[in-house]
Design a protein. Structure first.
Length: 401
């Protein structure tokens, strides 16, 4: 029976990095049982951003930094996408001088500052016994840092790229794949009506899972991914052959935002970098579209093929979660609380080979999770391999090896 009358401690939850559908159900998954087991649960606002801005004074207004979570709040929020705790790409160990909170500027005045000592003091001031960060490898890598500093961390993996090491599944991935398939099916009617190539740029900085799975499901003829540098002439030839075979005279390619041409590098929108050192990706889809149009006469009897160029971007990130991103986050949240109830920490909750489990948190920083190109990607055909799927996980190619 739940220990509703016995105070057992304080759990803090935060969501960092990009928002995805499924974050609110994960927050709910932790909170509902935690409250019934006698824990106080607080939500830290804006990822790691809220915790560095706390003023350690009982008279200070810290309402923009954290607040107590209630059963009513999390039940209501779990029905929608995004994160009601809000998020940011803050990394407390590397805070630029201009981003240091006002009350700390005198003490931290270098071009780049490590505010980890303030984070530790703030968590202690809040009385936090366990910290549950929900995020991708960037957000969770700082969780590893705090765990080494003695904070009791139990982490939940989130990213629509599905590239957190150690787990077959990250919150947000299924909704991303579902939306990509739906949008591809919507856009192909225009591609067919005008007999064009359809180019769709999707998420995937270093890993091509979000391009591979929709292609495997029939959303596209071809896909190009970060793990394999492709030849533009070869892609145009394949797309032209696909278009010629199609009675409606169109073909579709999914382009990961981190995909690269042979001899080329990633394409960025600008020089500015976030707290984790990442410049914003964007533009490879438009370059592929332009090159397809330019090269198409060579493979289409001298006639140019026009192109529909669509960057899916936030259309697959926003909105409500699908069934998997409603169920798995609930399970992850409860798994995290089970670990806390057992007094365990320094763990990452995971799905491996269809089973819920947990691993040491250090797995997040110990390796990279990428598409195994030799096994899953046909480099000649620029599309997934479809053979030998027995004993693979639900999403086949998402298990790191």
């Amino acid at each position: 029976m739940a220990n509703v009358n016995k105070y057992r401690g304080t759990i803090a939850i935060l969501t960092g990095g990009g928002d995805v559908p499924g974050l609110n159900p994960a927050i709910r998954g932790v909170t509902i049982r935690a409250l019934r087991e006698g824990y106080r649960v607080i939500g830290l606002r804006r990822g790691w951003g809220g915790i560095i801005e706390i003023v350690r004074d009982s008279k200070a207004d810290n309402s923009l930094c954290y607040f107590d979570l209630t059963e009513y709040q999390v039940n209501k929020a779990a029905r929608v996408g995004g994160t009601f705790l809000h998020t940011s790409r803050t990394r407390p160990s590397t805070v630029r001088k201009e981003n240091v909170p006002e009350h700390l500027k005198e003490q931290y005045n270098q071009d780049m500052n490590d505010l980890t000592p303030e984070v530790l003091k703030n968590l202690d001031w809040l009385g936090v016994d366990y910290l549950v960060p929900i995020g991708g490898d960037d957000t969770l890598s700082y969780g590893v840092r705090l765990a080494r500093e003695g904070v009791k961390v139990v982490a939940i993996p989130k990213t629509m790229d599905n590239d957190v090491p150690g787990t077959d599944y990250c919150i947000g991935f299924s909704t991303c794949v579902t939306r990509t398939i739906n949008l591809a099916n919507d856009l192909r009617t225009s591609a067919g009506s005008h007999e064009r190539f359809l180019v769709m740029e999707v998420f995937g900085r270093y890993a091509g899972f979000t391009a591979m799975l929709p292609t495997m499901a029939g959303a596209a003829n071809r896909c190009v991914i970060p793990e394999y540098k492709f030849n533009m002439e070869h892609l145009c030839q394949l797309m032209s052959e696909d278009r010629a075979k199609n009675p409606s005279h169109y073909s579709v390619v999914l382009v990961s935002e981190g995909a690269m041409f042979e001899g080329g590098e990633m394409v960025f929108e600008g020089e500015e970098r976030d707290a984790y050192g990442h410049a914003k990706l964007g533009g490879i889809g438009s370059i592929v579209a332009s090159q397809l149009k330019k090269l198409s006469p060579k493979y289409n009897r001298g006639r140019r093929v026009n192109v529909i160029d669509q960057k899916l971007g936030y259309t697959v990130r926003g909105g409500s979660p699908d069934a998997i991103d409603s169920i798995v986050p609930m399970a992850y949240g409860n798994l995290a609380l089970d670990l806390i109830l057992d007094g365990l920490h320094g763990r990452l909750v995971v799905l491996r080979n269809g089973r819920y489990d947990n691993l040491p948190l250090e797995v997040v920083t110990s390796t990279k999770k990428l598409v195994n190109v030799r096994r899953y990607y046909n480099m000649e055909r620029l599309r997934p391999n479809y053979a030998r799927m027995e004993m693979t996980p639900l999403f086949m190619i998402t298990s790191d090896e």
